[in-house]
Write a protein that binds this ligand. Sequence first.
Ligand code: SF4
Ligand code: SF4
Length: 205
Amino acid sequence: MNAPPISEEAQAAMHNGYEALLQAHALAEDGLSDAFVDVFTAWWDHYERFIALVAPAFKPECKAGCNNCCQQNPRGISGVELYFIDRLLRDRPDAYAVRARFKRRMKTEGGPCPLLDERGWCSVYAARPVPCRMFFAATPPDWCHPEHPKHQSAVNPHLVPSERHALLLRAISQRLGLGLGLGDLPTDLHGGMVAIEERLARTTE
Ligand code: SF4
Ligand code: SF4
């Protein structure tokens, strides 16, 4: 499938997202603050705007509650994104059970994402990382499942931000650190979530 056309409006959204990440990088010097959270959230908003402008060109089959793409371990996640997921999880009554599922996934690789709720929806949707945001399907949703016989024929456009966005996310993670070494966490969801929990436990001992 050809890359969808990128309108000036979509380019502007991505540019604004980059500006928000630049601000987050500057603010990370002073640690986690409300201002940092605000600009990082603004980055998500700009990226979502970009996706909303670009994705319709390939008529995606994606819809709420569709989760065949959540049956694998997403990779390429920055430490700061893992931190925001962990932050959402921390106050939930099911946090212990979710963390235990992440540990089990480390041994099995694959299987449903531990962050899917009982309805099969992403329970951290607002803070889902770039590899989850960027993934779409232009073929039937069933084909997205890794065990579907047509999986190899699935067409999954990736609305990935540019390399410079990825570099900034890594630089923000490094600078923010938070005593957890956010800059050197594993970059897969399962390994990253287990590692961040272990590091948090060490800081509270
Ligand atoms: S990528 Fe596939 S499984 Fe995921 S939401 Fe889209 S159609 Fe559904
Ligand atoms: S974080 Fe959410 S969107 Fe990403 S794989 Fe898990 S359930 Fe799916």
